[in-house]
Design a protein around this ligand. Structure first.
Ligand SMILES: Cc1ncc(COP(=O)(O)O)c(C=O)c1O
Length: 498
């Protein structure tokens, strides 16, 4: 079946994008690699003067039988020894001479090829001219997205609580983040539609919905598949783009089973086949998209290492070309060392080996999530004031707290939940554990003129929450941290543990 091309979304470009002319120097840089051309056209240093002859590394080797976290023995069974040469392209490597040179702002071809094949395995793309470009991670990709589409005074839609750096990035560019109510299954489509149907006509309409569908930061919730279809329909109706920021997509876990014995039974032999694993993954906005209205941000930060500073964007080729033109004047390209090392590893692992890695990650995160939830059930004071929603993906758990259950709510705190939040924060720090207040992640942007009062989040005004992670420390430390958290909350609310 021939797929249609993406629709034209150039009417959503920012003034900056419309004003940007492609750098003329970048239009001829590909000729540097044409052996018939004597290239005197740009300030490229000769690779002879790069001091590195090769790049060597030892990495884990699929199928990671002893688990993805086990130390390498150096034997052929678990260790991959790789060496990338300066001038030779073998095993799908990016020769160092090219990787460390200017050029290839969209990413080195060997890396992009792997990512495109990966994209075809994971997503069900429904239009023809999609593409993938490399980024230095989702922080960069989001900042670029704002610049490609938004002007000062614009508004975007975000989950009512969202990743604070993403909100700050928008606010710093003069873009207001209008909150959309969420529940345990993510954005509530009916509320989103209500907000947009009642949008103040004189206010600029949102150009983007920024969402973290899987293992949302900070709430730890995941957007239900059926809601993605609904939200996409609303995006078509109100003509905005959907930006799915998905660093946690591959940290989707087995469901939490509270009973340890039943859990052991349900998880024994849980190492899924590739087919089962792929089938179990959440539907993506990219797979719902028939028009090229979705921009997907992926990152290696949570699946390989944050210091790779490497990620990629998937979307309609004409939109991605605007990013490349911006990147030519900002990041130029992700670092050559990073692209070389990651591409060399992934091309040796192959798509199958990479999926083995992702299955291994799922297993480890399931264990850590289970450990955190067991600890929370054990150590949180027994009271209806504290609620934990078991995450099915990502790195975060949240403890929702009914601030009005604090014995001094009306007196000492003047019935102000934010003062209770502050008191809890001080108490947990004093108890030497760090979890962070939900208010740090609150989106509270407003348009000029403002939106009707009925479009503002309602919810329980006395509910506050704290975000913690089970990703950062080993299980013993995690449990000790949760014990301290439980003690701090018990002390603050005057509840003695059973
Ligand atoms: C939702 C979200 N987006 C982006 C990032 C940053 O990703 P990267 O390391 O790829 O820049 C994070 C990391 O904490 C995140 O939670």
């Amino acid at each position: 079946m021939t797929l249609p091309n993406a629709r034209d979304f150039s009417h959503l470009y920012s003034e900056e994008t419309k004003a940007r002319k492609p750098s003329p120097l970048k239009t001829c840089i590909h000729l540097f690699h044409d052996p018939n051309i004597i290239f005197l056209g740009g300030g490229l240093p000769m690779s002879d003067f790069f001091p590195w002859d090769n790049l060597q590394a030892n990495a884990a080797l699929p199928p990671f039988t002893n688990g993805i976290g086990s130390a390498l023995t150096g034997s052929k069974d678990d260790s991959l020894s790789l060496a990338v040469k300066k001038n030779e392209a073998s095993e799908g490597d990016i020769p160092l001479a090219r990787a460390l040179q200017y050029g290839f702002s969209a990413g080195q071809p060997e890396l992009i090829k792997f990512l495109k094949e990966h994209t075809e395995i994971i997503h069900d793309l429904k239009y023809a001219n999609w593409n993938v470009i490399a980024t230095t991670g989702n922080t960069n990709a989001w900042e670029s997205t704002l610049r490609v589409f938004c002007n000062r005074g614009d508004v975007i839609l975000t989950e009512a609580h969202s990743f604070s750096s993403s909100l700050s990035s928008a606010e710093a560019q003069g873009v207001a983040c209008f909150p959309v109510p969420i529940d345990n299954d993510g954005i509530i489509p009916e509320k989103l539609e209500e907000i947009l149907d009642n949008w103040t006509p004189e206010a600029p309409k949102p150009k983007l919905l920024y969402t973290i569908p899987t293992g949302q930061n900070p709430t730890g919730t995941s957007l239900a598949d059926a809601r993605k279809v609904e939200i996409y329909r609303i995006a078509q109706k109100h003509d905005f783009l959907i930006v799915e920021d998905e660093p946690y997509y591959f940290l989707q876990m087995e469901p939490y089973v509270a009973d340890v014995k039943a859990r052991e039974e349900s998880q024994s032999g849980a190492k899924k086949s590739h087919e089962e694993f792929l089938k179990s993954l959440a539907k993506t906005f990219l797979s719902v998209d028939t028009e090229g209205r979705v921009i997907r941000l992926d990152s290696f930060s949570k699946v390989l290492a944050p210091g790779t500073r490497l990620g990629w964007i998937t979307g309609a080729a004409p939109l991605l070309q605007r990013y490349v033109e911006l990147h030519e004047m900002t990041i130029q390209a992700p670092a050559g060392f990073t692209q070389t090392l990651v591409a060399a590893t992934l091309n040796r692992w192959g798509q199958e080996g990479y999926i083995d890695w992702l299955i291994g990650l799922r297993h480890e995160y399931t264990l850590k999530r289970d450990c955190a939830l067991d600890g929370l059930h054990k150590y949180l004071p027994k009271s209806d004031a504290f609620k934990v929603n078991p995450p099915i993906a990502g790195m975060f758990f949240t403890v929702a707290i009914d601030a009005s259950a604090h014995p001094a709510f009306a007196t000492k705190f003047n019935s102000d939940p934010s003062l209770v939040e502050k008191a809890i924060y001080d108490k947990v720090i004093a108890r030497q554990v760090l979890v962070v207040p939900g208010s740090w992640f609150k989106a509270d942007g407003e348009t000029v003129p403002p939106q009707p009062q009925s479009s503002k989040s309602a919810g329980n005004p006395n509910e506050i929450f704290f975000r913690g992670t089970y990703a950062a420390v080993a299980p013993e430390k995690l449990l000790e941290g949760l014990k301290r958290l439980g003690q701090a909350l018990g002390e603050e609310f005057g509840i003695t543990s059973a």
